[in-house]
Design a protein around this ligand. Structure first.
Ligand SMILES: [Zn+2]
Length: 194
């Protein structure tokens, strides 16, 4: 049995379009509630004094230090999650490490693993919440050519629904499948680089 009827989904779409601001407020409340996040524990240890890894001219470090606003969803001693100010869909979240890392190469593996765990938890919260969420994309852009715009690592948690207009564009070679020998050669050079 489907958890959301088509009528409910259509109704949520109308709500999302008409009352996006109001809905976002309710969404935040719901996400906080269903994920059992204790609001008194928010802003855990990340104060301007303690933000020892603050990078100049980094908007995300400014958010962590409190000098720039954010709509906070979750925070622990490793990472912080807040609403993207230009959401692809309502409920679009970003998760960032509390310690500045410009790219994946600078990010400690344990921190990356923790960020992924939090992403799973927030994805579950999105699915439980009233946010229109028929699917989820986790997306991380590493490097300008990959679409990274803020050079403080961030993992996007994107609620998706049918016909939301978002998608990935494939390159012209996508439908020309490589031979097994080519895949094996590439696998070998990557293996040798681990
Ligand atoms: Zn930063």
């Amino acid at each position: 049995m489907q958890s959301k009827t088509m009528v409910e989904i259509a109704s949520q779409r109308t709500l999302a379009k008409t009352f996006q601001g109001c809905l976002t407020k309710n969404i935040l409340n719901e996400i906080s509630r269903v994920s059992s996040i204790n609001k008194s524990a928010l802003r855990y240890g990340v104060t301007p004094k303690k933000a020892a890894y603050k990078m100049k001219n980094c908007i995300f470090c400014d958010i962590l230090s409190g000098s720039q606003p954010c709509s906070l969803v979750y925070q622990d001693h490793v990472c912080t999650a807040f609403m993207d100010i230009q959401p692809v869909n309502p409920g679009h979240l970003l998760i960032i490490p509390n310690k500045h890392a410009s790219n994946l190469n600078e990010l400690e593996e344990n921190t990356g693993g923790h960020i992924f765990q939090v992403a799973q938890r927030l994805a579950a919260a999105l699915r439980k919440s009233p946010v229109l969420c028929e699917g989820i994309n986790l997306f991380l852009a590493d490097g300008a050519v990959a679409g990274q715009e803020v050079f403080h690592v961030h993992l996007h948690v994107l609620p998706r629904f049918r016909s939301d207009g978002f998608g990935f564009k494939f390159g012209p070679e996508y439908f020309n499948l490589p031979k097994r020998s080519e895949l094996d050669d590439i696998a070998r050079v990557i293996r040798e680089s681990i």
